[in-house]
Design a protein around this ligand. Sequence first.
Ligand SMILES: C[S@@+](CC[C@H](N)C(=O)[O-])C[C@H]1O[C@@H](n2cnc3c(N)ncnc32)[C@H](O)[C@@H]1O
Length: 296
Amino acid sequence: MPAKIPGTPVQLMPEIRPGQSVELLKELHILTRDGRINQDSRRKLKQVYHLYQFIEPLLQDVRGEHPDLSLVDHGAGKSYLGFILYDLFFKGLDGNPHIYGIETRPELVARSEELAARLGFAGMSFLNLSVAESIASDRLPARVDVVTALHACNTATDDAIRFALAKQARYIVLVPCCQAEVAAVLRKNKGAAVKREVLAEIWRHPIHTREFGSHLTNVLRCLQLEAHGYQVNVTELVGWEHSMKNELIIATRKGKPMPRQAERLNELLETLGLDELKARFFTPPRGAARDADRPT
Ligand SMILES: C[S@@+](CC[C@H](N)C(=O)[O-])C[C@H]1O[C@@H](n2cnc3c(N)ncnc32)[C@H](O)[C@@H]1O
């Protein structure tokens, strides 16, 4: 006779939602083979559920317009987010809703493909591409409704923004990871900046260069999204005890570029001596707002 396993039965765990696949949670190692949950998994699950609360209304909104909802998750890793979104929302929907995971590590792509096949999650695909490569890939549909990037490393979040802008995605959901590029340029140009202006005190000390660089990166991303016609909300994902990288940026496409925000973005880059980052934080061409008003 098998030994009785101590611990809370799965059906009594508040973390497990009705209808949720226990098999999936085991496969993602959120639940152990004997159906228990450890502290680390609880943290991960809490983070993904919390994010789900923000994403679900966006998915509902798109579904209200057409059934073939498409979501692309960049820097998917083991695809926790994609699998849980599929399990809680996409599974069993009519039409052809689809989730695409973009990931550079081939072993994670293979693992996710195998898991999706085993669970019968036919509306999931995993592409072994970098985020930058995915922009021109014909393996992705022309229309992408929702773009997510959860802790996509370094500039992968910026590439995800570029992808979303190219696809004119309706919603963009970002939980950025640390980005080293802005801090590196601040560091490189620090000497000149300190001589030039008092503002450079904000990032003169090395730890401040890193922290300010990280904060500034997200400020620039938000301005960029606004410049391209998105309404941006920035909030906290979960308490700091759950993750150090905790900023959640949700952008909703409104359609009309905002030249004022483009100006402010460029002014900020110039003031901080970061002109060389204008290509990274590119803004719409002049006149784009006027063109958006023209009837097609
Ligand atoms: C910190 S993990 C996050 C994984 C997942 N989104 C999560 O939150 O569990 C970042 C993932 O992004 C992948 N990655 C990093 N740079 C990438 C790029 N440029 N394009 C696609 N994937 C990338 C890494 O291989 C890694 O699996």
